[in-house]
Ligand binder design. Structure first.
Ligand code: BYC
Length: 328
């Protein structure tokens, strides 16, 4: 018994030493800006963090198709309809690249989808707000995609290769989305008084949820420090939020719109726009499942999964037949 314990002790400490060596080598590669690839050694927590972030991101793209998809049949012209249709299709594509990137970490797309459908997985808070008017389509492109680009450009330099490469393509498409949204807002703001009022109303409703998209303040952000050491995140939530505010406030002024924030002011000393206090109780409510559209979004995704079951079954049956034929 005693001899056995002695045998095990050096083995355990050897393992600890080996783990420490692997961890140091891993961090050195990250510090040297090398990409980590699927077959490379990585700490379990790095793998879990990436699966969490990439899958939340994929789910956001897929759920994000719903509020805009709602307006495809009601777009006011063929040009607007074509642009919106293309944007929503792009989002479906982004979801697929991201699920594929997550799969390289050893989790299946079916498992991730199941997590979304049974409410275990988060997706971006922003997609739990309703699209009430056509101007909301402009506001989403301008503000939501604008915020997404701020957050996602640095992800093109994420330390995990498959995620970083997926983000390069996604960001190119997001920048078209942002432009079509701003151009739509510009048309409304240069149109009739009623159109401009509709644009103002959309800005009033989408501004604060867009500001919240960047996540909690840095002091409250549980994952930021570690994710920044691993170079998954390159900037903190507050840094990216500030970049978004500084870029967007002058754009609103160019449109001739007012931001719904009585405390908004330009701080000459720092050169930044400073906003009022964010209502984090609203953010927490939405994350807890009690936003204006949480239930509706999940219900629609569940219905889509059920209604699409026969398509998946048919595709699998077709693939099996083809395999049989090529084996014969
Ligand atoms: N909504 O420690 P923190 C898009 C959660 S754009 C919901 O700071 P992290 C699109 C967070 O997950 C939107 N949950 O976390 C645009 C964590 O909870 P868990 C998607 C949020 O990960 C236009 C907790 O709060 N973009 O897809 O370091 C059209 C503490 O936060 C939110 C991405 O996903 C939120 N807004 O930083 C169509 C980009 N914020 O996981 C589609 C990639 C925070 O511990 N993701 N939480 O239960 C990221 O960059 C980071 O994950 C975040 C959060 C900045 C979002």
């Amino acid at each position: 018994m005693y001899a056995q314990a002695l045998d095990q002790q050096p083995a355990a400490s050897d393992q600890q030493a080996e783990d420490a060596r692997l961890l140091a080598h891993f961090q050195a590669r990250i510090d040297a800006e090398e990409k980590i690839e699927p077959n490379d050694w990585m700490p379990e927590a790095y793998r879990r963090t990436l699966i969490r972030q990439i899958s939340q991101h994929a789910h956001s793209e897929i759920i994000g198709m719903l509020p805009e998809g709602n307006w495809i049949t009601r777009a006011p012209s063929l040009r607007r309809k074509a642009a919106l249709l293309a944007k929503v299709q792009d989002e479906g594509g982004h979801g697929l690249y991201l699920y594929a990137a997550a799969e390289t970490l050893g989790v299946s797309r079916e498992e991730l989808e199941q997590q979304l459908l049974d409410g275990r997985a988060k997706y971006s808070s922003i997609f739990n707000y309703p699209t009430l008017t056509w101007a909301d389509i402009g506001a989403i492109g301008w503000l939501v995609d604008g915020a997404a680009i701020m957050n996602q450009i640095p992800l093109c330099r994420c330390s995990y290769g498959p995620y970083a490469r997926a983000m390069i393509r996604i960001c190119k498409e997001e920048s078209f989305h942002q432009r079509q949204g701003y151009e739509l807002m510009l048309s409304l703001c240069r149109g009739s008084a009623a159109q401009k009022a509709m644009a103002q109303d959309a800005l009033n409703r989408w501004w604060w949820p867009s500001v919240m998209m960047f996540g909690p303040h840095d002091a409250e952000s549980q994952h930021s420090d570690q994710s920044m050491r691993w170079k998954i995140k390159r900037f903190s939530n507050d840094e990216l939020r500030q970049q978004f505010i500084d870029a967007t406030v002058p754009q609103a002024h160019f449109l001739g719109l007012e931001l719904p924030d009585a405390d908004l002011r330009f701080d000459v000393a720092s050169g930044h726009w400073r906003i009022g206090v964010i209502d984090w109780s609203e953010f927490k409510r939405v994350l807890a499942g009690d936003g204006p559209c949480n239930r509706q979004r999940i219900k629609q995704r569940r219905a889509a999964a059920e209604n699409g079951e026969w398509v998946r079954a048919a595709a699998l049956a077709h693939a099996a037949k083809q395999r049989q034929r090529s084996a014969a």
